[in-house]
Write a protein that binds this ligand. Structure first.
Ligand code: PGA
Length: 281
């Protein structure tokens, strides 16, 4: 074990190779950036990540920024994701956006079940049980967010909460499509608070989520990507991203600045860091 790089050797002899889990760094802009601000940002980000290799990069942007960001990132390593969607293809749902509407724009994926949408947007586990399979059926990559409140952690209810969310939200996903889902473990007490989970807390929760997926399908658990989210910054990213079961990050506040987001992307590995700084020279 000691001779292998931290965090990148966990597959058994029969599973996919460890590197099959390609890291994903996704920036969740939330309700930030007009089209003008988005354009300024992407022009700053693209040169900083153009030479980065071996990592998927996504920005999860407001609906109004989708088309311009898709146009501006064409041919670049940056993929564009939405932040939510309805599960039906169309219908009397004022203010909602459907999977085919996102697909038509060439959107690559969609954040589902973010704690802010669970709190204010009606994204219950029951709704997510429809949304996650609907995203997959449309060819979108869902980033399913799960995580416990501070009170639940204090009451030792973290595992129960994660089990409930994973079981219910993925109930409608066929076993063979489980590996196409990205899961983001986002402890609610760490979101936007500056209070990042300790490496041990992040690793434990994410390993537990992987074990839950293994309960459904062993090989899917070895391949499914699980991100950490909650106060990820350039300073704490290297340690979090080196953890054995952490396959990337969902980044809120620190993704709003192109330089700090690029630094987090570069933190997925030393070789990528070198590539990123070479690109800037
Ligand atoms: P934060 O947000 O990085 O600002 O804590 C993370 C998220 O909400 O996805």
């Amino acid at each position: 074990m000691a001779s292998t790089p931290p965090g990148r050797d966990r597959a058994g002899a029969t599973g996919p190779s460890p590197t099959a889990r390609r890291p994903l760094i996704a920036g969740n802009w939330k309700m930030h950036k007009t089209q003008e601000q988005a354009e300024e940002y992407i022009q700053a980000l693209l040169p900083r990540v153009s030479a980065v290799d071996g990592v998927d990069i996504a920005i999860c942007v407001p609906f109004t920024d989708l088309q311009p960001m898709i146009d501006s990132t064409r041919g670049s390593p940056v993929e564009v994701f939405a932040q939510t969607m309805h599960h039906d293809p169309e219908g009397p749902f004022t203010g909602e956006i459907s999977p085919p509407m996102l697909v038509e724009l060439d959107v690559r994926g969609v954040v589902l079940g973010h704690s802010e949408r669970r709190a204010f947007g009606g994204e219950t586990d029951r709704a997510l049980a429809l949304k996650v399979p609907a995203a997959l059926a449309a060819g979108l990559v869902p980033i399913l967010c799960v995580g416990e409140t501070e009170k639940e952690r204090d009451n030792d209810e973290t595992d129960r909460k994660l089990r409930q969310q994973i079981n219910e939200d993925l109930a409608g996903v066929p076993d063979e499509q489980l590996t196409s889902v990205v899961i983001a473990y986002e402890p609610i007490w760490a979101i936007g608070t500056g209070r990042v989970a300790t490496p041990q807390q992040a690793q434990e929760a994410i390993a537990f989520i992987r074990a839950l997926v293994a309960g459904r399908e062993k090989h899917a658990a070895e391949a499914v990507r699980i991100l950490y989210g909650g106060s990820v910054k350039p300073e704490n990213a290297p340690e979090l991203l080196a953890l054995q079961d952490v396959d990337g990050a969902l980044v809120g506040g620190a993704s709003l600045d192109a330089e700090s987001f690029a630094q987090i992307v570069a933190a997925t590995g030393p070789s990528r860091l070198a590539a990123a700084s070479a690109a800037r020279r």
